[in-house]
Structure formats: structure tokens, C-alpha cells
Design a binder for this molecule. Structure first.
Ligand code: DHB
Ligand code: FE
Length: 280
């Protein structure tokens, strides 16, 4: 059967991808941020997952304000990068895993979730920056990826508890897939940040660290907050924690927090990174 071997949270700030391209990892501005990635890459090298189930948000590339699925699942054989933020980077497409995608879709619909099925979809920095951070030099070509998007751009958005439950249903689907595959989960985005409007630049280290603690020990505690309360605490894009909740929801029971990093700000965002291992 398929096995979830761990979950990783990471920001997906486009500027981080640009910093990698320019070899700025050891510059004072970026050094503390990039310090966490080599040990996580080593863990990935050792564990060799076959598949990454990647929770991201489409920032308006394929799902603009006029058509906004609450939850959408990639069911495509590959996913081309079309992130326009800093000019489209000519990077190789991400390889899909359609059999597991469809298994997840069927399981979700049987369990009262109704995701949008995307058989032809391009991905943005929400997916490509984490993949290039964790598998640099296009080595993400060595794994298959299932991108799953959660609406974080326009209200109404799914309640935090719904994103957690969505993740739980996906975790159940993965565990009952009868292929001996190793699956790593990626929860991208966050933590506190707001990119525009009068509160642009807001950061909240205390709340971010509380969220990181609760992602480990008690993700339900984060669900006490509505999306509006999350915005009040950590800015308009704090709602990207939905992807962390979905990732954490996939893992049954307790987790060991193997690694953590928190650096703020990078660009406009507080960057939290964690590696979680299921205790089983
Ligand atoms: C930034 C952060 C994001 O989450 C994003 O999607 C785009 C930009 C930033 O801080 O620059
Ligand atoms: Fe974002």
C-alpha cells in the first residue's frame, strides 16, 4: 500500500526562486532562510519518495477571480510552469501521477468532497518554487507530483476546519491506494503576510510560531479562527495556512517535528519551514 513518509511546509515566495537562480543563497539577506533546505534535501535523498502530493494555491494563473474552485486536483500527465511573476522561467514540466490523482478524486467524491478535476492545467510559483527549492537543478523530474489547489484568493474561502478535513480525506485515499509508493506531502505558502492594501507588510511572529507549534501538536486549534480572524492576525495572505492544514490533515495521529526554521521577513513574508514525520 502507499505510505506517507512525511510532510514539509515551506513558503513559495517567487523571490526565493529568483535568489536560487542568481546564486544568492549565501548572501546575508538569504543565508538564514536557505540554511534549512540542505538538511531537508538530504532527508529526501535518503527517503526517496516516489510521489509528492503538493498543496498550493493558484494565485490567478488558471483560476482567476471569475472562476475559482474551492478545491481542485491535478489529474494531468504533466504540469507546465506558467508563473508570470518574474518572467516565465523555462523550466521542465512537472510529471503527474494520474492513477493516484483519480483514486484521490474518486475517494473524495465518495466521502462528500467535490473537487474540481483539472486534466489540463499549468502551475504557478505556489507549486514550482517549493519543488525547485526541495529538488534543485530540475531534479524534481525524478518524482511524480499531484498538485492540489485550495482557494486563498477570493472570499468565500474554505473554512480552516474544512481544509483540515479535506486533507484527512486525501490522507485516507493515499493510505488505501494499493501501490507500494512512498508519498511526501508538501504544504506551501504562509505564514503571515499581506501583499497589498493599507496593511501591506504586516507580520506576526508570535502568531506564526503558535501556528507552527499547533501544526505539530494540535492542528484543530488553528481551526478556532475564521478566515477573517486569520487575516486580522497575520494579513490577507495568512489564509495560505489552509495548505498547511490540508497537509497536516493527511497525516493520521502524532508527528515528530524533525526540523524547523522561521525567518521573517523574506520579501513581504514570514517564512516558516517544517519537516514532520508520522509517528505511526
Ligand atoms: C510573496 C508571497 C507570496 O505568498 C506570493 O504568493 C507572492 C509573493 C512575497 O512575499 O513576495
Ligand atoms: Fe502566495
Amino acid at each position: 500500500m502507499a505510505k506517507i513518509i512525511g510532510g514539509i511546509t515551506t513558503a513559495h515566495i517567487p523571490a526565493i526562486g529568483v535568489a536560487m537562480d542568481k546564486g544568492l543563497e549565501n548572501e546575508p539577506y538569504y543565508r538564514d532562510l536557505f540554511a534549512i533546505y540542505p538538511p531537508i534535501r538530504e532527508w529526501l535523498e535518503e527517503e526517496k519518495p516516489d510521489i509528492a502530493v503538493l498543496f498550493y494555491n493558484d494565485h490567478g494563473l488558471e483560476m482567476f477571480l471569475d472562476k475559482k474552485p474551492t478545491f481542485a486536483i491535478g489529474c494531468a500527465p504533466e504540469y507546465e510552469n506558467a508563473d508570470e511573476g518574474w518572467g516565465i522561467k523555462p523550466i521542465p514540466p512537472v510529471t503527474g501521477e494520474t492513477e493516484l490523482s483519480w483514486h484521490i478524486v474518486n475517494h473524495l467524491i465518495e466521502n462528500d468532497f467535490d473537487p474540481t478535476v483539472c486534466q489540463d492545467i499549468k502551475v504557478d510559483h505556489g507549486a514550482t518554487v517549493p519543488l525547485t527549492l526541495l529538488w534543485p537543478n530540475f531534479t524534481y523530474k525524478g518524482i511524480k507530483v499531484i498538485p492540489i489547489s485550495i482557494n486563498c484568493e477570493r472570499h468565500p474561502m474554505p473554512k480552516p476546519s474544512r481544509s483540515l478535513a479535506f486533507g484527512k480525506a486525501i490522507g485516507d485515499a493515499i493510505r488505501c491506494w494499493d501501490k507500494d509508493s512512498k508519498v511526501v506531502l508538501l504544504g506551501t505558502g504562509g505564514l503571515s503576510h499581506q501583499l497589498d492594501g493599507p496593511r501591506a507588510g504586516i507580520l506576526n511572529a508570535e502568531f506564526d510560531n503558535w501556528c507552527m507549534d499547533k501544526i505539530v501538536s494540535d492542528p484543530e486549534a488553528i481551526c478556532q479562527y475564521s478566515n477573517v480572524e486569520l487575516v486580522e492576525k497575520g494579513g490577507a495572505q495568512m489564509v495560505e495556512i489552509a495548505m498547511w492544514l490540508a497537509m497536516r490533515g493527511c497525516i493520521e495521529g502524532e508527528v515528530e517535528e524533525r526540523m524547523r526554521n522561521y525567518v521573517s521577513p523574506i520579501s513581504n513574508t514570514a517564512v516558516g519551514v517544517q519537516l514532520l514525520i508520522p509517528k505511526d
